[in-house]
Design a binder for this molecule. Structure first.
Ligand code: CS2
Length: 495
């Protein structure tokens, strides 16, 4: 335990000095670990950790979380010094409330000790593994979901050195668990991937095959491992100095792992947990047989519109999503994207009206207390746009419909990838395929049509039927021409 006398830092010793409604719901450090979580970022801390703490507080169970940060050594150092405690501030225009979460039973740094992660995966006490590692860490081609065996993953799957990739750690851990026959387990993807449970199952199966795993181990995984699909939702921007300062004001102690989030939160989970699970339904999660309709609703509406606001907003010089929403005509364009394209592209969950859901999403984006940077949402477009926009386009076109508003989002991404905002400032292309995208754009004729052709030809990102669609190509080119000639504001006005 950290030294507490005179310290102004959040730790076990500081808990009794906190306002009563800011204290954890469980006694920190007393709940044995049952969940292993990979990806200790802000989203996990404000989402699954909060649900799990509440589930344990109301339903009991040995479901403390061991949180694994893949690379963030500072975060692990901070959480260790804080006895695994951190706070979540819930922010709206009218209200703010800060509470310390006691869900973490321990933290590990995968980069420093990958074998510890492998050992935890093989530990019979661990019966649930949740993941928030971002889309790119699955190392799948975003368009089709096939395994992308880059050198680090190949080394993890075929050699003896400690694994460095997420699929490598999962496969090594599952092989160790199978060898020890350490009991059933569920691997739960909480990332914004399409059919995330099926994708993770496919990833593990392909990786086992690539590793030439012995058949009994493959059979063990087939019989003992669940891959429930999930839909996760809460807007949680990366923490800033302001987030930490606000937590300090609320708590009276320093919390260097503080996160801030919107009030809205949702978790839909397929109930496929062969080794048991926390009573998450007691914390408001929805357990169901098929999360697919919820996942499409959220990826296409919330995340699709988020990306639209991020690219158009960043091009127009807006720092945050809330600023972008205030651009003249943007909300009107986003409403048409939702009503005319997104809502027409899929069957929503029973009882849900996509346009109403979209209105709620726009209100959430406008929350002035959440400073979500457009550049944060704009990151990793190649990994996000397939499930957020390209599947919408593909489904609309398969039904013979127009996808004109969705085409605008693709055009905005292309213009963003070209690297210059309307005011001439440089925009960063933070994307695992940045080199491929830049090279494709550089080799193409320097016209809107040339850029559209180059991007549609990125077959690991764009589904073939979308790439081959002349109408889509024409719509994206028309939007990109307007964005290039006139900029975002006039394009939105004339839309
Ligand atoms: C955002 C998401 O960064 C992004 O790409 O669209 O992180 C979004 O805030 C969450 O999915 C909301 O649940």
């Amino acid at each position: 335990m950290a030294v507490t006398v005179g310290a102004s830092r959040l730790d076990l010793g500081a808990l009794r000095r906190l306002p009563a409604d800011a204290r954890p719901l469980v006694q920190p450090g007393t709940v044995p670990a049952g969940v292993l979580h990979l990806g200790l970022g802000a989203f996990h801390r404000a989402h699954q950790a909060v649900y799990t703490e509440q589930a344990v507080a109301s339903a009991g169970g040995d479901w403390g979380i061991v949180g694994v940060a893949p690379r963030n050594a500072d975060l692990v150092r901070v959480l260790t010094a804080q006895d695994n405690l951190f706070s979540v501030s819930t922010l709206s225009a009218a209200d703010r409330h800060t509470r310390v979460i006691g869900a973490l039973a321990g933290v590990r740094l995968a980069a420093a000790d990958p074998q510890a992660v492998v050992a935890l995966l093989a530990d019979p006490a661990i019966r649930v593994v949740t993941l928030t590692v971002t889309e790119k860490a699955y190392q799948l081609d975003p368009a089709g979901g096939t395994l992308r065996p880059d050198p680090a993953l190949v080394a993890d799957l075929t050699g003896d050195r400690p694994p460095v990739t997420v699929p490598g750690m999962l496969v090594r851990g599952l092989l160790a668990r199978a060898a020890a026959d350490a009991g059933p387990i569920a691997l739960v993807s909480c990332d914004n991937l399409p059919a995330n449970g099926r994708r993770l199952r496919g990833l593990v199966q392909h990786a086992l095959a690539y590793a030439q795993a012995p058949q009994p181990a493959v059979d063990w995984v087939g019989a003992q491992v669940g891959f429930p699909g999930t839909m996760v939702d809460r807007i949680v921007p990366a923490s800033t100095a302001e987030t930490l300062a606000a937590a300090r004001r609320a708590l009276g102690v320093e919390d260097l792992a503080a996160v801030a989030a919107e009030p809205y939160t949702q978790w839909v989970i397929e109930d496929d947990f062969p080794g048991g699970r926390p009573g998450w339904e007691r914390a408001g999660a929805v357990l169901c047989a098929d999360a697919g309709p919820w996942e499409r609703l959220k990826l296409r509406t919330l995340n699709g519109v988020h990306s639209a606001a991020a690219y158009l907003g960043a091009l127009a010089g807006c720092e945050t999503i809330a600023d972008a929403l205030a651009l003249p005509h943007l909300a009107t364009v986003l409403r048409r994207l939702i009503a005319e394209d997104v809502a027409a592209s899929f069957t929503p969950p029973q009882g849900v009206d996509v346009v109403d859901y979209g209105e709620q999403v726009l209100a959430r984006f406008g929350n002035p207390a959440i400073r979500h940077r457009t550049l944060q949402v704009a990151m990793d477009g190649s990994q996000k746009l397939p499930q957020r926009i390209l599947h919408t386009i593909a489904d609309l076109r398969a039904g013979g419909r127009s996808a004109r508003w969705a085409a605008l989002v693709l055009a905005a991404w292309i213009r963003f990838a070209q690297g210059t905002a309307d005011d001439g400032r440089t925009l960063p292309l933070d994307d695992p395929l940045a080199d491929r995208i830049r090279a494709a754009l550089a080799d193409a004729p320097q016209t809107p049509a040339g850029a559209v052709d180059a991007v549609l030809a990125l077959d690991e990102v764009v589904p073939p039927e979308v790439a081959a669609d002349a109408q889509v190509r024409a719509d994206v080119t028309a939007w990109l021409t307007d964005l290039t000639r006139h900029g975002v504001r006039p394009t939105l006005t004339a839309a």
